[in-house]
Design a protein around this ligand. Structure first.
Ligand code: UN1
Length: 497
């Protein structure tokens, strides 16, 4: 094979091959002739090595003052900014999403890194007066130890940054297993960390399958916290693996997010929002707008305009700047999406308004391209309304009133993101209160969070934790509450006072 780079694992500050001696290929989903790189097919033994390295490094890293840790993180952020274009191109090649979006993904990692660099001088605790004289009390954050991270392919650098940066600034060390579809973006990220002076063993990357790398990582007793983003099915496994010995886990899983379009909405704006929310990242976001709940008074106009816009979307290789939507990330993801298109048409009996299949022909034959697809007359009992599709499919459900829209919006096991299009401030505030999701938007689609507020969801989307914002510090630190009695005598709380 010509000119294909072999990338190694990074363990204890060394770039090393897997003990297995085996590798796997990373191919471009828009052009499967394009091999992006060769990566290590790692084993449970490699995971053990990485965890041992992280354990050793933790002894020193936890004692580095947080503002000093933050200086390194700041330098990493600045370097990412310099490498943004190269890393974005690599990401489009391995993941498929269009360049504008991969630039956004790298930018999100830059933002998170600068933000967490700032946390080096914050990480505030509390002090409060004691009920006893000559006694001082406070709470401080302490690192947990070794953090295991299992990250998805849809935000190949942003989501790893949401986990790695808060973990590091809190004083933890890290072992990360990137998704097998997108190891290069995490490699690029870790390489910058190495070059900007992060000491050996503080971060470690082990590439490979869920079975050989993810499972041993989540089961290892030295891992203090696992942070996982991915399917609900795997999230349940992580939760069970950690439960018996009470190790922490942070889970960020599925979504079935809704946009409510009210009768007083700016319909043009709602259409633009729905197009971006549903087909941005080829619909492969946990926050994707997969349910459009539209008031009967505007449903005709909304549907016509939406279908017209969807039909005009340019689908293709994301490296072409004029393309608006890339391929599915891999063949099995494409098959899942095609399966749901088929269910919508044949089992659910929804009305196919546009799309509904695979794109073939010139420019499409070497990739996993699916059509932007919209189903109408979708009802809450249908599979396409209930299950997360994670692809270029969205659905329209009619509602008769604001109250009914809220009820339909909440009719899902997930609770990540929701939004409303309305000009009525009262409806906007009522929806803000009543939609059961972790994220909510007014007059914007369900995608587009910023790094300095919490990200995550209710119900089966998560397990009560949040990433991003200062909430991320809660995942990667533990409170220590400290009492200092300087009275020089025994004082008994709740008794002497
Ligand atoms: C995801 O949907 O998987 O809010 C992450 C957004 C991005 C992150 C999405 N900032 O759409």
């Amino acid at each position: 094979m010509k000119n294909v780079t072999e990338y190694k694992n990074y363990i204890a500050g060394e770039w090393v091959r897997s003990r297995s001696g085996q590798t796997f290929e990373n191919r471009n989903p828009a052009d499967t002739d394009d091999i992006v790189g060769i990566f290590q097919k790692s084993t449970p033994g490699d995971v053990d090595d990485a965890i041992a390295a992280a354990k050793e490094a933790y002894k020193k890293w936890r004692l580095v003052p947080a503002p000093k840790r933050a200086e390194i993180i700041f330098r990493i952020a600045a370097r990412l900014a310099k490498e943004k274009e190269r890393f974005s191109r690599d990401m489009t090649r391995e993941m498929g999403k269009i360049l504008k979006e991969t630039r956004g993904d790298v930018q999100e990692a830059i933002d998170m890194s600068f933000y967490m660099a700032g946390e080096g001088r914050r990480q505030f605790g509390q002090t409060t007066p004691s009920e006893l004289p000559d006694k001082f009390m406070m709470s401080i954050r302490q690192p947990i130890g070794i953090c295991g991270m299992i990250t998805p392919w849809n935000f190949p650098m942003a989501i790893p940054s949401w986990k790695i940066m808060p973990a590091l600034v809190c004083g933890n060390t890290v072992v990360i297993k990137p998704a097998t579809d997108t190891p290069l973006s995490v490699y690029n990220f870790i390489k910058v960390m190495e070059e900007e002076g992060l000491a050996g063993g503080v971060v470690n990357i082990v590439t490979g399958s869920g079975k050989d790398v993810g499972e041993p990582l989540m089961r290892h007793k030295d891992i203090g916290v696992i942070s996982f983003t991915g399917s609900t099915e795997v999230g349940r496994k992580v939760s069970e693996a950690c439960a018996s010995d009470f190790r922490h886990c942070h889970l960020e899983m599925g979504g079935k997010n809704c946009i409510l379009v009210m009768d007083d909405a700016n319909v043009e704006l709602a259409v633009e929002g729905a197009i971006w929310g549903a087909f941005g990242t080829t619909g492969q976001r946990c926050t994707a707008s997969s349910r459009l709940i539209v008031h009967k008074k505007v449903i005709k106009e909304f549907t016509e305009k939406l279908v017209e816009r969807a039909k005009s979307l340019k689908v293709g290789n994301g490296l072409d700047e004029s393309v608006e939507m890339g391929p599915a990330v891999n063949e099995s993801q494409m098959q899942t999406v095609l399966k749901y298109m088929d269910i919508g048409k044949n089992k659910d009996g929804a009305k196919l308004l546009c799309g509904g299949g695979r794109l073939t022909g010139p420019g499409y034959d070497k990739g996993y391209f699916t059509m932007p697809t919209i189903f109408g007359e979708v009802t809450p009992n249908m599979t396409i309304f209930r299950e997360e599709i994670f692809g270029s499919v969205t659905s329209i459900t009619e509602c008769n009133s604001f109250e009914e829209a809220i009820e339909i919006g909440n009719n899902t096991v997930y609770g990540l993101s929701s939004s409303i299009y309305t000009q009525d401030v009262n409806k906007a505030f009522a929806a803000m209160r009543d939609l059961c999701t972790g994220i909510f938007y007014v007059n914007a689609p369900t995608i587009g969070t910023e790094v300095h507020l919490p990200f995550g969801g209710t119900k089966e989307t998560g397990n009560g934790h949040r990433e991003a914002g200062t909430a991320a510090l809660d995942v990667f630190s533990e409170w220590k509450t400290i009492y200092v009695d300087f009275s020089g005598k025994i004082q008994k709380t709740q008794i002497d006072s």
